[in-house]
Design a binder for this molecule. Structure first.
Ligand SMILES: Cc1ncc(COP(=O)(O)O)c(C=O)c1O
Length: 403
């Protein structure tokens, strides 16, 4: 396994003692992998402008930036003619695509989505959380059949709330049967599982570097060129234009068209280094270790009376290393604060930018960000998580419940 930076971070707990930090908040932002940090450090001495400089350092930096694009393309198994556009993050990527949809496009989206995939669409049909995976496919089928004109199905590959995996291959198949396209939000999938856009028949995927052990501010949108080549340039400025006179002639290659201004070169290099590091480690080893730890965590949680795991499709449904839960008698904020201040454990609490979904799982009809009663605690793991972190969380919750 590659090393993560901060594995030896110590944090203060009540009483002033220092303890090793148990970072169980990977789904929000994962720590930096050592090879990612090394790649950024190696690129810095020659850091220079990209695309428009004649100097050697500019050429080298441009080559590194474009190499990063190739690496990301290979990492997601994109088709040779797919566009690979660097963005700030997943939210930026979904918004970019939303601005490029052909006039009159209807988007179909489940209420289970993260807000980044739920909100950017001008004209969307929202589907209720499906009771089982086959119901997701059936509901998408019915909704897409009822729409005339261009259509886009938007779905997350792995839920940021429950970690559950969605049937994206079947959904892609259904989308295409209705002449629709599919965008997969892979923000929570790519840190945990391989993704092959071509094999799955996906039209677009989006994800963020900071959840993929590359916290340098880059994300990516990968997918079919035509809508992106015709859509309004996402940012207007230098780099996106061929010529400016009385009329402006925009690039119709999606990459320059949507990447105006000086891009986040170091972010792109970091993202590519993370892709390389995960590929070099091998998915078999990564998945095996994650499954071992998440099984240990889930069985620990299940053994504590009053701790309830949230799940859409049941205990047995496959999932990545993300678990959300509630603790009887405590608000999610109280649990998260106690875990931090007494045990040195970092988790997330709230509705995880998925308000409709979390309300559904909690059986609530109301409650926004500030409503701590309609919230849950989320623990999430990845490279660098240890058995001790998992056991510390379980024992801390056992103690909290026993108070
Ligand atoms: C499934 C999913 N989609 C999108 C996002 C948004 O990612 P970002 O904040 O990097 O834009 C997140 C972040 O939590 C997520 O979990």
């Amino acid at each position: 396994m590659p090393a993560v930076l901060g594995a030896d971070l110590e944090v203060p707990v009540k009483g002033g003692r220092l303890v090793g930090y148990a970072n169980l908040d990977y789904a929000a932002s994962a720590p930096c992998l050592e090879p990612v940090s090394a790649a950024v450090t190696a690129a810095l001495p020659a850091y220079s402008s990209v695309h428009r400089g004649a100097g050697y350092a500019s050429q080298l930096t441009t080559a590194r930036y474009e190499q990063a694009r190739h690496t990301v393309r290979a990492f997601v198994g994109a088709r040779p003619d797919d566009a690979v556009i660097f963005t700030r993050n997943t939210t930026d990527a979904t918004n970019l695509l939303a601005g490029c949809l052909p006039a009159g496009t209807t988007t179909v989206v489940f209420d289970t989505e993260h807000h980044a995939s739920l909100l950017p669409w001008k004209n969307s049909v929202r589907l209720a959380p499906p009771a089982f995976p086959g119901e997701a496919v059936r509901a998408a089928d019915e909704a897409l059949a009822a729409i005339d004109g261009p259509k886009l199905l938007v779905v997350t590959a792995a839920s940021n709330v429950t970690g559950e995996l969605w049937p994206i291959a079947a959904l892609a198949h259904i989308a295409h049967r209705h002449g629709a396209r599919i965008l997969v939000d892979a923000a929570q999938l790519v840190p945990h599982r391989p993704l092959n856009l071509t094999a799955l028949g996906l039209d677009y995927v989006a994800f963020s570097g900071h959840k993929l052990y590359a916290p340098f501010g880059a994300g990516v949108l990968v997918g079919r060129r035509d809508w992106l080549a015709e859509g309004e340039p996402y940012l207007k400025g230098g780099g996106a234009v061929r010529s400016v006179g009385d009329d402006t002639e925009w690039h119709d290659d999606p990459e320059p068209r949507h990447e105006a201004g000086t891009p986040n070169v170091l972010g792109a290099i970091a993202l590519a280094a993370a892709c390389d590091a995960l590929t070099a480690t091998g998915w078999t080893a990564l998945v095996r270790e994650e499954e071992r730890l998440i099984a240990r965590l889930r069985s620990g949680l299940a053994s504590i009376e009053g701790v309830r795991e949230l799940s859409l499709w049941g205990d047995e449904h496959p999932r990545v290393g993300i678990v959300s839960f509630t603790v009887d008698g405590y608000s999610a904020r109280e649990v998260a604060e106690a875990l931090s201040s007494e045990y040195g454990i970092g988790v997330r609490d709230g509705k995880f930018c998925a308000h409709p979904f979390v309300r559904h799982l909690l059986g609530r009809s109301d409650g926004g960000c500030e409503d701590g009663t309609a919230s849950a605690v989320r623990a999430s793991i990845g490279i660098g998580t240890t058995e001790e972190h998992v056991d510390r969380l379980v024992e801390a919750l056992r103690e909290l419940v026993a108070r």
